[in-house]
Design a protein around this ligand. Structure first.
Ligand code: CA
Ligand code: CA
Ligand code: CA
Ligand code: CA
Length: 572
């Protein structure tokens, strides 16, 4: 019904708008290599066509400094299909997420048996024909397999009651090829939806950023789909597409009460000829998008998937997206843990803290598109603990991928890194009562599961819990500045996190040997006095002598750093 109504609106709209031709033309020459996004933004003329086609005239967004609520949060990425099955059909669902909320956060700050996360990112939950849901056929309805819109509303209520905010995956770049818009557009060149997508009569022939086919043939021409033929890209040069997606955004924020969005593939929104990522037109569209969603709810948060280097990612922050995932830092985190060498993460932290507004970037180890962290680390639990320490004591807003906290394994293909959550050693890892789960859990679930780790103080799960709780207890870890602390031994990573409230010295031995011959120095810093206490392990520590510049020289807080250990020393 709703669809029919929207179709009617659209027909009317299309009469007003007319059939503006999409600006993607195969004859458009490739841009010169020097025309970087920055240059084009500074030059007012080259994207005129795109700008006039996009009626996103909006107030200049104000860039705020923060910190914001998300800086106090620890997020947890959930693949609903694999998290918990509440009704025994072998497929995870929203009611299953509700049943497991107490595992994530029981809402009682005095208990520490829960993981303590305060944010959830739900991978796509809208109607979709695929198992992963990144090709949507109806943006207004929860996928039948996952439940109903009412289930989602109940999840929001139950999550909020526990102090957990929930953001949903929003796929703007493309729809499913089975979406009614595309079906109509494909079958009828005069369809009002024809210009919702990107068409060419001839095959432009050029490839995508990964060398794959992006122009797909159908009976009425060639359409553009950067990922594959089942995901035709939407045409955001058509204002009717923007208008439709603004309705979707409003629906999820207002009617469904979502706290924000994770934006899939957002750097690919608008192509400029053969330039298929990070285009000026994409940045411009997102400025309008930012003003739009902040106008609905100034507290709504977005985190973008911009799978590019730090220097590209940072261009989105503050007036287009609130946060974006720091893929470079994620890789550096795992490398430092894996090779027991701080160089990688130190470089990443230097760059990210220099480039981003304070803590306005999203950190993680791996996500649903990458080999599991535990597999990257060759199933070494100690190194996994180090990686967790780097993630949860470092700057930025941390995101965990479900199962990471117990050491889920898995490599490509993708289904294998999205396997059912290993709750217990029961059949199907306690994920479902069905005989057969939508996909089998990893074979190691009899040993690696929540039940086996929950009461073990040395388990990876316990380490994650303690790290998350210590982060909640110490504002400097959440919103504080970062500063490097010098130490010769590359197996040691030492840095300050400091805010108005407190100064913390984080000291991590990345290596497998105890280290006793070391000394720390901080040529200048924010320190004024020199009493010290260790807040993570409770180990006795000595205090530094504060020098005239507020730093310290030759400081050895513990006589010995245990193998793979993390210390957090409060200096006051
Ligand atoms: Ca189910
Ligand atoms: Ca609790
Ligand atoms: Ca489905
Ligand atoms: Ca696109």
């Amino acid at each position: 019904m709703r669809y029919i109504h929207r179709l009617t609106c659209l027909l009317l709209l299309s009469l007003v708008v007319g059939c503006a031709a999409p600006s993607v033309t195969p004859t458009q020459p490739p841009p010169t290599p020097t025309s970087t996004a920055e240059v084009q933004v500074a030059t007012p003329t080259p994207t005129t066509e795109v700008k006039t086609a996009t009626p996103v005239a909006r107030a200049t967004p104000q860039v705020m400094a923060g910190p914001f609520w998300w800086n106090d949060a620890v997020f947890y990425e959930i693949f609903v299909r694999s998290f918990y099955d509440s009704d025994g059909d072998g497929v995870g669902d929203l009611n299953g997420v509700i049943e497991k909320l107490d595992y994530l956060n029981d809402g009682d700050p005095t208990t520490t048996e829960d993981l303590g996360v305060t944010g959830i990112w739900l991978m796509p939950i809208m109607q979709s024909p695929s198992y992963h849901g990144y090709d949507i056929t109806d943006y207004y309805t929860v996928d039948d397999e996952y439940g109903t819109n009412e289930d989602f509303l109940r999840l929001m209520e139950e999550a909020h009651r526990r102090g957990i905010r929930v953001i949903v995956d929003l796929v703007l770049n493309h729809t499913s090829s089975q979406h009614p818009w595309f079906v109509s557009a494909r079958d009828d060149v005069n369809s009002p939806y024809r210009d919702f997508y990107i068409w060419s009569e001839e095959n432009p022939g050029y490839k995508g950023p990964w060398g794959g086919k992006v122009w797909h043939r159908c009976s009425t021409g060639y359409y553009y789909g950067i990922f594959w033929e089942g995901m035709p890209d939407l045409n955001y040069n058509n204002p009717a597409v923007t208008a439709e997606m603004e309705k979707v955004i409003r629906f999820w924020l207002e009617d469904m009460g979502a706290d924000g969005f994770r934006l899939d593939a957002v750097k690919h929104l608008i192509e400029e000829g053969r330039v298929q990522e990070n285009t000026p037109a994409t940045h411009e569209w997102l400025r309008g998008f930012y003003a739009f969603y902040k106008g609905i709810n100034p507290d709504a948060m977005t985190v973008g998937e911009v799978w590019s280097s730090t220097t590209e990612v940072v261009k989105y922050i503050g007036d287009q997206l609130d946060l974006a995932f720091e893929f470079d830092t994620a890789q550096a985190t795992l490398r430092s843990a894996k090779f027991e060498d701080r160089s990688h993460i130190l470089r990443a932290h230097r760059l990210s803290t220099e480039r981003y507004p304070p803590n306005q970037f999203a950190t993680f180890l791996t996500n649903h598109d990458q080999e599991r962290a535990m597999s990257e680390l060759r199933e070494n639990v100690n190194r996994s603990k180090t990686a967790a320490s780097l993630l949860l004591t470092g700057p930025g807003v941390p995101f965990l991928y479900y199962g990471e906290e117990i050491g889920h394994i898995g490599g490509k293909p993708d289904e294998n890194i999205r396997t059912p959550m290993q709750w217990s050693d029961e059949d199907n890892a306690g994920f479902t009562t069905a005989m057969i789960a939508w996909r089998a859990p990893q074979p190691n679930y009899r040993e690696v599961n929540v039940a086996a780790q929950t009461d073990d103080p040395d388990s990876l799960l316990s380490h994650y819990r303690r790290l998350i709780h210590v982060r909640h207890d110490h504002a400097a870890l959440r919103i504080g500045d970062w500063r490097e602390v010098e130490v010769e031994d590359k197996r040691i990573y030492a840095f300050l996190r400091y805010s108005d409230e407190e100064t913390l010295l984080v000291l991590i031995n990345l290596g497998g040997e105890p280290i006793s011959d070391y000394s720390l120095s901080l040529p200048e810093g924010p320190l004024s006095e020199g009493s010290a206490s260790e807040v993570f392990t409770g180990a006795p520590v000595s205090a530094p002598t504060i020098n005239a510049e507020g730093g310290f020289d030759d400081y050895t807080p513990l006589a010995e750093l245990a193998p793979y250990s993390t210390y957090i020393i409060r200096i006051e």
